[in-house]
Design a protein around this ligand. Structure first.
Ligand SMILES: *Cc1c(COP(=O)(O)O)cnc(C)c1O
Length: 500
């Protein structure tokens, strides 16, 4: 299995090159040249396996230049019961919602309590093996700009991984208190965390600048090191997400919720379009998915795109209570366009150029028709997010976080509008305790305590649900990182931390 760039068909790389490089030289994203097809008997066989077995089977089809041992080693190390709380890292809770039952796929049982762990626990293994194959074992320096969840998940994934160093930059006033504490107390001998004076975009721009700074790169190379990236445009982050949609289908089959071959819908709270795209790959591999319900918060650029065919980022940016979806440029949408145009890389390149030059693009009628066939787009503001958390808790005794609540709300809109009662998987992307303030406010009428950990305790007392251990242990964890810097100081800080 080889990979092309979404913007240039002449670019052809192996899986390990795609993962080591992260992004193609002309700015395109790596996409598989073809997809394996799973028939119903393959789905039946998958359902007899455990999560790790399903992951190994699917990875083998995509990681053409990895040995079975390398894949097995990576999967076994990533999805342990110790890290994810049980043998199945992606369990389902079946929750009633009005006329229908939702299969809530809980993707947040990992070490940082958000779904990013599903990919970032395995990416370091895939990346270090890819670097051995492609760059004869040079040490990787991973730079991450984060608005919260990715930074912590990448730190946990890469901590103490041989041959890697990781540095995370976050906006000093742009992450939640819990997210800040998660990062500032990070353990590991190869990690560092720096707050920057600026917003997420400043952090992202600063990191991109360092990536392309020749003098910094040369210093690194002289020390047998190179930069690498752990953000969600890396194929190595997308592939692990395909697995859990197959696994969810298998679990529903085993639980008797569906019969083999039955179609399901998938509902995903969406930011960078990675998670929902993974489900789209699963469908193209033969998983019977009927509709992809793309849920946004007030930053509803994707809702408008799906409804009109025009992607327009020239709009107000809102800071919401579902911050991991506060995004106006959904990078992975580029991969969807590539596949919907059946690999028309020059068309995709043209749309992306238009997006960066004019801030918008409009797809053809033909592509719009395909969007209509597969996707439903909807959004929900903060007030309705809060209301959904409250109703889910009061009516169904199920506590969900702000991002998952956006998905539930949009799903309810979809059912009301269409009457489609196809069994539906809701991707639940974070533990409610990661966003304790909003969740507590939604389910309790008492005055909110000041301190974040008092809110966490109050939420647990109010709902009788347990606080995830990785969050409760933060209360007494030692703060290791307190540095704040200006954006222009970032290159120097990177070099200093590497003693270059
Ligand atoms: C990252 C994130 C999302 C958005 O996922 P995408 O793959 O970027 O669409 C949604 N919810 C939570 C909690 C996240 O951390």
């Amino acid at each position: 299995m080889k990979y092309n760039s979404t913007r240039n068909l002449e670019t052809v790389v192996t899986a390990s090159q795609a993962i080591a490089q992260g992004i193609s030289e002309e700015g395109g994203l790596f996409v598989p040249q073809s997809l394996p097809v799973y028939r119903l008997e393959d789905l039946r066989a998958l359902s007899e396996l455990d999560y790790k077995g399903r992951a190994k089977r699917i990875f083998a089809d995509f990681l053409g230049d990895f040995t079975a041992e390398e894949i097995s080693e990576s999967v076994e190390a990533a999805y342990t019961a110790e890290k994810f709380g049980s043998e199945n890292p992606a369990p389902i809770s079946y929750v009633r919602s009005g006329k229908t039952e939702m299969s809530v796929l809980e993707l947040w049982h990992g070490p940082t309590c958000a779904f990013k762990d599903m990919a970032l626990q395995i990416l370091p293994h895939l990346l270090t093996k890819s670097l051995k194959k492609t760059c004869s074992g040079r040490e990787a320096v991973i730079l991450v700009a984060t608005s919260g969840d990715t930074g912590k998940a990448a730190l946990e994934g890469f901590k103490d991984v041989d041959g890697t160093q990781i540095m995370v930059f976050y906006p000093v006033n742009g992450v939640s208190p819990m997210q800040k504490r998660q990062m500032a107390t990070q353990q590991g001998s190869n990690v560092s965390v720096v707050a920057i004076e600026g917003n997420f975009d400043d952090a992202q721009t600063g990191v991109k600048k360092i990536f392309t700074d020749r003098s910094v790169k040369e210093k690194l190379a002289a020390d047998n090191k190179l930069f690498s990236s752990a953000n969600s445009i890396n194929w190595g982050r997308l592939l692990p997400q395909v697995v859990y949609y197959f696994s969810a289908y298998c679990e529903m089959l085993k639980a008797g919720r569906i019969a083999l071959g039955d179609a399901i819908n998938v509902v995903v709270p969406t930011g960078n379009f990675g998670n929902i795209l993974a489900a789209f790959y699963a469908m193209n591999m033969g998983l019977p998915i009927r509709k992809f319900i793309c849920a946004s918060n007030a930053n509803n650029v994707l809702t408008d795109f799906i409804r009109t065919g025009t992607y327009d980022k020239k709009r107000t940016f809102y800071t919401t209570i579902s911050p991991s979806m506060d995004i106006l440029v959904s990078s992975n949408l580029e991969r969807l366009l590539y596949h919907l145009t059946e690999g028309n890389a020059s068309q995709v390149a043209q749309w992306m150029q238009s997006l960066s030059e004019t801030g918008s693009y409009t797809v053809t009628d033909d592509i719009k028709a395909k969007l209509d066939q597969y996707f439903y787009g909807g959004f929900c503001d903060d007030e309705h997010t809060m209301q959904t958390i409250r109703e889910m808790y009061q009516n169904e005794n199920y506590l969900c976080d702000t991002h998952t609540a956006v998905a539930v709300n949009v799903y309810q809109q979809y059912v009301d509008e269409t009457g489609d009662l196809t069994p539906s998987v809701i991707a639940s992307t974070a533990s409610p305790y990661k966003f304790a303030k909003s969740v507590l406010e939604a389910v309790s009428s008492d005055a909110l305590p000041e301190d974040e950990f008092d809110m966490v305790d109050a939420l647990s007392a109010q709902t009788g649900t347990p606080v995830p251990a990785p969050l409760s242990s933060l209360k007494d964890a030692q703060v290791r990182f307190t540095l704040t810097c200006r954006v222009d100081e970032m290159p120097k800080i990177v070099l200093d931390s590497l003693s270059l």
